[in-house]
Design a protein around this ligand. Structure first.
Ligand code: A2P
Length: 282
């Protein structure tokens, strides 16, 4: 396997098996340089969001990389303030403008239940989804999906959707494997993407993974990202350091034994769980 290898979504779109995460990567030089570093290191899949505030810098790096558009896979996400039919159309237009792109490869509803629409989230998601289906038909997005959706959010969406989501991006790492929604997604051919695959850095405080890493002569990050791939997740590691960006892409020259996997599986709950979407304060 390599960074350019792909999973195939239910609509036959190919998605590179590791994505470069940009959450908490500051706009400007940092996001620009990190994205450029990732593309130089061989990543072809970049994950951003309107809410990250760095779409312009990410877009600039994409343009300056010189890599052909069709060889890249770019994801962005609809923020909570923009749930609704016309709101989604406008938000997508703005994201494309900031990224400097004619289309994105994947567009996600970032969260299912914004605090501003807590008494009408079902209708808002239905209206949002209709706009996303139309954007898909119009070729502005090559795939559509969701993020942070639990089973009841998807069941609600299925009542009105004519196209099912192709991806669900979730908080997935050794501390929280979200068994129920992951099984539901798998049963519906929805690919599970893993954000915070390194626990937003918390994994580095645990001695257990270091033991496995030492034995394999790999790093903690590499071992945990390999574990994520082995689970069938698509990890989205974030870093703003060139050497770490390179390191996090070198995942394909070793294997985890059943014993190594069990050590990592045992880290359940060690650094907390996903945010409950229905209780999020945003
Ligand atoms: P930094 O961006 O300063 O390199 P996640 O991908 O789970 O969100 O985790 C990201 C966090 O882990 C960031 O704080 C990032 O720091 C850190 N990180 C990413 N890759 C590595 C690595 N290979 N070694 C050490 N820390 C890393």
């Amino acid at each position: 396997m390599a960074l350019t290898d792909t999973f195939t979504l239910i609509n036959d779109v190919k998605i590179p098996v590791v994505g470069f995460g940009t959450w908490q990567t500051p706009d400007g030089d940092v996001a620009y340089q990190a994205t450029l570093d990732a593309l130089k290191a061989g990543y072809r899949h970049i994950d951003t969001a309107a809410a990250y505030g760095n779409e312009e810098s990410v877009g600039r790096a994409i343009a300056d990389s010189g890599i052909a558009r069709e060889d890249l896979f770019i994801t962005t996400k609809l923020w909570n303030a923009d749930h609704g039919y016309t709101e989604t159309q406008a938000a997508l237009t703005l994201s494309l403008q900031k990224l400097g792109l004619d289309y994105v490869d994947l567009y996600l509803i970032h969260w299912p239940n914004p605090v501003a629409f807590r008494n009408e989230w079902q209708q808002r998601n239905a209206d949002t989804w209709r706009a996303m289906e139309e954007a898909y038909a119009a070729g502005k997005v090559r795939a559509i999906g969701v993020s942070n959706f639990q089973v009841h959010h998807l069941e609600e969406l299925f009542k009105t959707a004519t196209i099912k989501p192709m991806v669900n991006q979730l908080f997935l790492n050794p501390s929280d494997t979200e068994a129920e929604i992951v099984a539901f997604d798998n049963a519906h051919n929805i690919l599970n993407e893993a954000y915070s695959p390194l626990g937003t850095g918390a994994i580095f405080d645990l001695p257990e993974v270091q033991t496995v890493a030492n034995r394999l002569n790999k790093t903690v990050a590499q071992v945990v990202l390999r574990w994520s791939l082995d689970k069938g997740f698509l990890p989205l590691p974030k870093s703003t350091h060139t050497e770490r960006i390179i390191e996090n892409g070198q995942l394909f020259d070793f294997e985890l034994s059943a014993a190594d996997t069990a050590i990592i599986d045992n880290l359940h709950g060690k650094f907390g769980f996903h945010t409950e979407a229905d209780e999020a304060k945003f």
